[in-house]
Ligand binder design. Sequence first.
Ligand SMILES: Cc1cc2nc3c(=O)[nH]c(=O)nc-3n(C[C@H](O)[C@H](O)[C@H](O)COP(=O)(O)O)c2cc1C
Length: 163
Amino acid sequence: MAQDELIVTKTDLDGKIRYANRTFYKFADYEPVECIGVQHNIIRHPEMPRTVFKLLWDTIKSGEEIFAYVNNRSKNGDYYWVFAHITPSRSADGSIIGYHSNRRAPNRNVLHNHIQPLYTQLLDIERNSTSPKDALAAGETHIHDLLKSKGMSFNEFMFALGV
Ligand SMILES: Cc1cc2nc3c(=O)[nH]c(=O)nc-3n(C[C@H](O)[C@H](O)[C@H](O)COP(=O)(O)O)c2cc1C
């Protein structure tokens, strides 16, 4: 991604895409008709740890925002890393009516030196677990211990790595 590019999508409460900007389609290599009303995992990359998506959903469902590095897969099989901000969208009465995400070019040094090693560790932990449930629990414990050792929340940790 170029530094001035922004990928935007909006989803309903279930994570089905309701809006995507042109930059999304450019990178994802899909047409709108293939994406609107479809689960956002259409661009899920198989090498993304499930733990990260669990953290993402737990955070936004609780009404908080999250910043996270995500590796996505295009229709043509390419991959593209982004630094994503995902946040709930609220109605006038404050209830959550959907979700919104903006992504920009990741910091390559942070990606190579911190995020990719962390995600590789998480994938190893998940793959060495005996069940999908254990995999998520073990992944969450790993993140929890890491953040505890830093004395930071997940978002604080992301920004402490540098942007
Ligand atoms: C607003 C919003 C944006 C999302 N953006 C992405 C994304 O860019 N890439 C991705 O793989 N998942 C994204 N997700 C998470 C997906 O909904 C999904 O949880 C994830 O792809 C993992 O797929 P799975 O839940 O089927 O395992 C987003 C979710 C929301 C609510």
